[in-house]
Design a protein around this ligand. Sequence first.
Ligand code: ZN
Ligand code: ZN
Length: 173
Amino acid sequence: MVVSGIKDSLKQQGVRLTRQRQILLDLIDQSGQHLDADRLYQLARLKDPKLNRVTVYRTLKLLKAGGLVDELDLMHHEGDQHYYETRLKQEHAHVICLRCGKVEEFFGEPLQRLRKQIESHFGFQVLLARTEVGGYCAHCQTLRAREVEELKSRPVTPAKRAAAPKRTRSQRG
Ligand SMILES: [Zn+2]
Ligand SMILES: [Zn+2]
């Protein structure tokens, strides 16, 4: 469905869709996730072992320049990594958990409203809007609350510390 749209756009731009480019396109389009170049490379290699990193980077650059793929940093929750997703998806905001790295997509009407407000306020023509929200997911909030409790209950004086049960680090691998 969406892939045919990408193919048409590429054809219009005179870009030849080689087999390897097709593999990468399909991966970005079908994963529904936000994959970084390295992950894309690994997945693509499963389909074509001859595919190399240079092709991955070149193809991403090509798709980005063609406005078919969006490059995201997702609040740099994993450092300098960049992530890729299809531009053919409806506009959405990314909600990123800064603890576990989970990424949710918010497709809400307020995004369209914001775009319209910016256009009328500045007389600006919006071509691309990227909204990122960072914080803690419900699961991580629970874990963090527990961690804080553990820190509070941890004995502070040396005498008490000796009485506390020993942590067996080796068992945790
Ligand atoms: Zn989380
Ligand atoms: Zn997304």
